[in-house]
Write a protein that binds this ligand. Structure first.
Ligand code: ZN
Length: 149
């Protein structure tokens, strides 16, 4: 079966509407479609989808991954802490910034963490786990992921 690649996604020929869609469409797919439309808040599915996306990204280092994260306007990542066991990555200007807080402590950027997980697992050649630890939508100062190495 023929499959699309990330490279194919850049092949665009829309003369009137161009190559952008509004953030509210991305949010709608993420939060209404996936989170509210799938059973259990889409937990397992979101993880599978995010990992697959991450694996498809053309990146070979953590730096390239973080740059692509910003280029795709998911958010602006910044390494807060890094040692042999873990890396903490804050994401400023995340796609969720500005959404109302519906429930304290409810983190909503799980797909983005799964994308990081898939990409990092591919880069490092072994299974890496990424946990979402903070989220704007939960009332925190930024979104943040903890990467277990
Ligand atoms: Zn968030």
């Amino acid at each position: 079966m023929l499959q699309y690649t990330f490279e194919d996604m850049k092949s665009m020929d829309r003369s009137v509407l161009g190559n952008m869609v509004p953030l509210e469409l991305f949010r709608t797919i993420r939060l209404i479609g996936m989170n509210q439309g799938l059973p259990l808040g889409g937990k397992g599915t979101t993880l599978t989808v995010g990992r697959k996306i991450g694996e498809s990204l053309p990146v070979n280092t953590l730096e390239e991954l973080l740059q692509l994260f910003e280029d795709l306007k998911i958010g602006i990542p910044r390494i807060l802490h890094e040692d042999d066991r873990k890396i903490n990555i804050a994401v400023e200007d995340c796609f969720c910034k500005g959404l109302p807080t519906l429930e304290e402590e409810k983190l909503i950027c799980d797909l983005e963490g799964a994308i990081l997980e898939g990409a990092l697992s591919k880069i490092m050649g072994r299974r890496i786990s990424v946990r979402e630890v903070k989220c704007n939508a939960a009332g925190h100062e930024h979104c943040e992921y903890e990467v277990k190495l």
